[in-house]
Ligand binder design. Structure first.
Ligand SMILES: [Fe+2]
Length: 302
């Protein structure tokens, strides 16, 4: 298959919104959730996140602790991690708290079906150019390669990874993504190559040794392999079905990143909010990767 086998409309759904709390009618909300659940990127070209003069001065890679990839904020305990300069900590915390509140408003207004079910919020301030990881880390961490998200240390038992992104580049630079094929096609393509044998003992050991925060399920075992199989297949990276997206400053976009193959090709300065969502809270849980994989393998995976 080639790049031309996917059209722009099959991977993206655009919506005009300028405010994070803009009211949405039922039809529009249903369509927005349906698009996300089909694996599309929900693109909000006019939804900007405004920064004050002081906040704009935070946009420099030197602010990030060299041991970390990004600055992160846990809204549940108010903790910020990854700031290299202590005097900037209060401003970063205020920014990320405000960003988190905006993301909650967006879910409540645009994706109301998920409002009561989303949990474990974590948001990040990403200050490095995305190419930093392509050049300096292993292929597994290289997010310029098409992949679906799977967290090695945080098994999620099929819960959905809902991510909201906003380009805050002050110099007008787009963030460039590639987006890939629908999850059922992806799964059928890669499943034959994955090791479908699952060792409860090795999962127990990894948890016992602190490698994982909880016992890794069969589902998580497969999703991690899928992530790796995609990134290590250079023919798929080059010739697999994909569409390039240009995401300008002042725009936001949303996807289920455990489902939608994505790669960040270029860009710098972004805000990102992650929520977890139980698959049962979806309008159509059949689209969840857990249910797709269970249907294909005809066995329970958690
Ligand atoms: Fe990712």
């Amino acid at each position: 298959m080639s790049e031309h086998s996917l059209s722009y409309d099959t991977v993206i759904c655009s919506l005009n919104r300028q405010r994070w709390d803009e009211p949405t009618n039922d039809t529009e909300a249903t369509e927005a959730m349906a698009a996300l659940e089909q694996g599309k990127v929900l693109f909000l070209p006019e939804l900007a996140f405004s920064l004050s003069e002081e906040e704009l001065s935070l946009l420099t890679p030197e602010l990030v602790d060299p041991k970390r990839k990004n600055i992160s904020f846990n809204a549940q305990n108010g903790k910020v991690q990854g700031v290299a300069q202590d005097d900037k900590l209060p401003a970063v915390q205020t920014l990320l708290q405000r960003h988190h509140q905006s993301a909650v408003q967006l879910v409540n207004s645009l994706l109301p079906g998920y409002q009561s079910a989303v949990h474990s919020p974590a948001n990040t301030l990403r200050l490095h150019p995305v190419t930093t990881w392509r050049d300096s880390t292993s292929w597994r961490k290289d997010d310029t390669r098409l992949h679906v998200d799977a967290f090695p240390s945080r098994p999620n038992y099929g819960e959905r990874i809902l991510r909201i992104f906003t380009n805050i580049n002050p110099q007008g630079e787009n963030r460039c993504w590639r987006v890939g094929e629908p999850f059922p096609t992806l799964a059928q393509r890669f499943l034959p190559r994955l090791n479908k044998r699952f060792s409860p003992l090795s999962s127990w050991l990894q948890n016992r040794l602190g490698i994982t925060k909880r016992y890794r399920s069969h589902y998580d075992h497969l999703m991690l392999q899928l992530h790796d199989a995609m990134k290590s297949d250079m023919d798929y990276q080059k010739n697999g079905p994909q569409v390039a997206l240009e995401l300008p400053p002042g725009s936001s976009w949303i996807c289920f990143s455990d489902q939608t193959p994505h790669a960040a090709m270029s860009g710098q300065f972004m805000l990102e909010q992650t929520f977890l969502l139980p698959a049962a809270a979806m309008q159509n849980p059949d689209h969840a990767p857990l249910n797709v994989l269970q249907r294909l393998l005809q066995r329970p995976l958690i």
